[in-house]
Design a protein around this ligand. Structure first.
Ligand code: GLN
Length: 492
C-alpha cells in the first residue's frame, strides 16, 4: 500500500480496500518512526489529521467523493492552514497558529484531502538545501549525510521516504524542481499566476508559485487539478478557463507517442558546470525521448548566464519589502526585553530571523536604496526581460526545452552552508524559468552512486498539460520514478 501513488491510492479508497482513517494512520505511524531521522515534518497533529480522515470517509459513504477524498498530503509549512502552526521555517513565526486557510489548502479541504502535517523548509523559502530552517536541517532519505535540496526539502524527503504519497511545494527560483531532483520525485512549478498565492507566505511575490511534488506526472496532474484556479484574493491570479491537466495522459498514442514533438536543447544547459555523471543521465534521457518519436533541435538562451545575478537582486529586493511586516507587533515573535519601540522592532527582528534571511534583507534594502536602485534593481529588471525574450525566441523553434535540473546530485550537509555564493550558483538551471514566469518540471532520470538526478522540462506559458504528458510518456518506458531509498521499511 505504502509505495502506491496518489492515483493508485485513490482507486484503493474508491474500491473500499482501505479507509482514509486507516491510510492516514499508516502514514502517521511511519512519520512517528522515521521523522526523527529525516526531520521532514515540523508539525504533525494526529488528532486533526484523523478528524479530517473520518470526515473524508463520511463524504465517501455519502457518495460525494472526489479523486482526492481521503488522500493524506504533506503541506509545506509556507501555506497557512487554519488551526495549524504555520512557521515558514522561522523562529519569527514559531508561535503563529494561522487563523485562516490559504486558497490552496481551501481547495484541498474542499476536495476532501487530509493534511498529514506541515513540512520543514528553508527559512522563508530562502535556500537550496533546507539547512536554514529554525527547526533544523532536513536529511535526504537516499543518504542521510546529504541535503534534501531546498527550499521544499521537507516535502521532498517526506514523499521520498514514503511518509506521504505527495506534497505541496513552492518554487521561487527552483524550490520544487531542485529538491524533487535530489530526492527522486516528480515536481511541477506551474506558470506564474496559475496557482493562487493567497495564504502562501510571501518571499518574492513576482516569482513565487506553488505546485505539486509527487512520484509521477500522473499524480502531479491530479494535484494540480485541485490546486489551480482563479482567485480574486490574489491580484496576480490568472482568470482562465479551468483545465483538466490529466486529459492527455490517458490517451493511447502507440509506441511513438511523442512523434512530432520538438525538444529544444539550449547550448547553455550543456556546457561546463554540470557534473559529468548528471550530464550522462540527462543525455540518456534525451535518447529515450528520441525513441519515443521526439526530435531535438539546438536552441540558445544567451542571457541565462545572467540569471543568478539578476535573481539574487530581484528576489532579495522583494523579500526585504515582504518581510518588513514581521515587526513583533502584529503577529509572530517579539523580543522579551527591550527599551523602547524602535529597540523592540530591532531586537525582535534580530532574534527572530536567521542569518540567511538577514543577508537577503540587507541585500534587498541596499539594491532598492536611493542611488543604487538604478544600478542594481532596475538593471536586474532589464535582464529579466532579456531572459524572458530568450525563451520567446527559443519556443519559436521547439515545443519543450530539456536540460538538467541541478548541476549535481545531493551535496553533503554543510558542504555549501558557509558559502552563500556557492549555494546561489547551484540554482543556475532553475532561476531563469521563474524570472520568465514559465512552467517547469523535474522528473527522475537515473542514479549516480545511488543518488538520484533530475531531468528538467520547461514549457511555454500555460503548457502544463503538455509538460505533464511529455513527462508521463517517459515514465511509461522508464522506472526511475518508482525506485525508493533503502532503510525506510516498505513492509507496511
Ligand atoms: N534557492 C533559491 C533561493 O534561495 C530559490 C528558493 C525558492 O525557490 N524558494 O532563493
Amino acid at each position: 500500500m505504502i509505495t502506491r501513488g496518489v492515483s493508485a491510492l485513490s482507486q484503493a479508497l474508491a474500491a473500499r480496500e482501505i479507509s482514509s482513517v486507516e491510510l492516514t494512520q499508516l502514514y502517521l505511524d511511519r512519520i512517528a518512526r522515521f521523522n526523527p531521522t529525516l526531520n521532514a515534518y515540523i508539525t504533525v497533529d494526529a488528532e486533526k489529521s484523523l478528524a479530517q480522515a473520518r470526515a473524508a470517509d463520511e463524504l465517501r459513504a455519502a457518495g460525494n467523493a472526489t479523486r482526492l477524498t481521503g488522500i493524506p498530503l504533506a503541506q509545506k509549512d509556507i501555506f497557512c492552514a487554519q488551526g495549524w502552526l504555520t512557521t515558514c521555517g522561522s523562529k519569527m513565526l514559531s508561535n503563529f497558529v494561522s487563523p485562516y486557510d490559504a486558497t490552496v489548502i481551501e481547495h484541498f479541504n474542499a476536495a476532501g484531502a487530509v493534511i498529514l502535517g506541515k513540512t520543514n523548509m528553508d527559512e522563508f523559502a530562502m535556500g537550496s538545501s533546507s539547512e536554514t530552517s529554525f527547526y533544523g536541517v532536513v536529511k535526504n532519505p537516499w543518504d542521510t549525510a546529504r541535503v534534501a535540496g531546498g527550499s521544499s526539502g521537507g516535502s521532498a524527503a517526506a514523499v521520498a521516504a514514503l511518509l506521504a504519497p505527495a506534497a505541496t511545494g513552492t518554487d521561487t527560483g527552483g524550490s520544487i524542481r531542485q529538491p524533487a531532483a535530489l530526492c527522486n520525485l516528480t515536481g511541477l512549478k506551474p506558470t506564474y499566476g496559475v496557482v493562487s498565492r493567497y495564504g502562501m507566505i510571501a518571499y518574492a511575490s513576482s516569482l513565487d508559485q506553488g505546485g505539486p511534488m509527487a512520484r509521477s506526472a500522473e499524480d502531479c496532474a491530479l494535484l494540480l487539478n485541485t490546486m489551480a484556479g482563479f482567485d480574486e484574493r490574489d491580484s496576480t491570479s490568472l482568470d482562465r478557463v479551468k483545465e483538466d491537466y490529466s486529459r492527455e495522459l490517458a490517451a493511447a498514442k502507440g509506441d511513438k507517442p511523442l512523434a512530432g514533438l520538438r525538444i529544444g536543447l539550449p547550448r547553455e544547459f550543456f556546457g561546463d558546470g554540470c557534473a559529468p555523471e548528471v550530464m550522462q543521465l540527462v543525455e540518456a534521457a534525451i535518447g529515450e525521448y528520441r525513441k519515443l518519436g521526439a526530435e531535438t533541435v539546438a536552441v540558445s538562451l544567451p542571457n541565462m548566464k545572467l540569471s543568478v545575478a539578476a535573481y539574487y537582486v530581484i528576489a532579495p529586493a522583494e523579500a526585504s519589502s515582504n518581510l518588513s511586516r514581521f515587526d513583533g507587533v502584529r503577529y509572530g515573535y517579539r523580543a522579551p526585553e527591550y527599551d523602547d519601540l524602535n529597540d523592540m522592532y530591532a531586537r525582535s527582528r534580530a532574534q527572530g530571523f536567521g542569518e540567511e534571511v538577514k543577508r537577503r534583507i540587507l541585500i534587498g534594502t541596499y539594491v532598492l536604496s536611493h542611488g543604487y536602485y538604478d544600478a542594481y534593481y532596475l538593471q536586474a529588471q532589464r535582464i529579466r526581460r532579456l531572459i524572458a525574450n530568450d525563451f520567446v525566441e527559443a519556443f519559436r523553434q521547439c515545443d519543450v526545452i530539456i536540460g538538467p535540473t541541478s548541476p549535481s546530485t545531493a551535496f553533503r550537509l554543510g558542504e555549501k552552508a558557509s558559502d552563500p555564493v556557492q549555494m546561489y550558483l547551484s540554482d543556475i538551471y532553475t532561476l531563469a524559468v521563474n524570472l520568465a514566469g514559465l512552467p517547469g518540471m523535474s522528473i527522475p532520470c537515473g542514479f549516480a552512486d545511488r543518488l538520484p538526478a533530475g531531468l528538467q522540462l520547461i514549457g511555454d506559458y500555460f503548457s502544463e498539460t503538455k509538460l505533464l504528458d511529455v513527462a508521463h510518456r517517459y515514465q511509461q518506458v522508464t522506472d526511475w520514478h518508482v525506485q525508493h531509498p533503502d532503510g525506510f521499511d516498505r513492509a507496511v
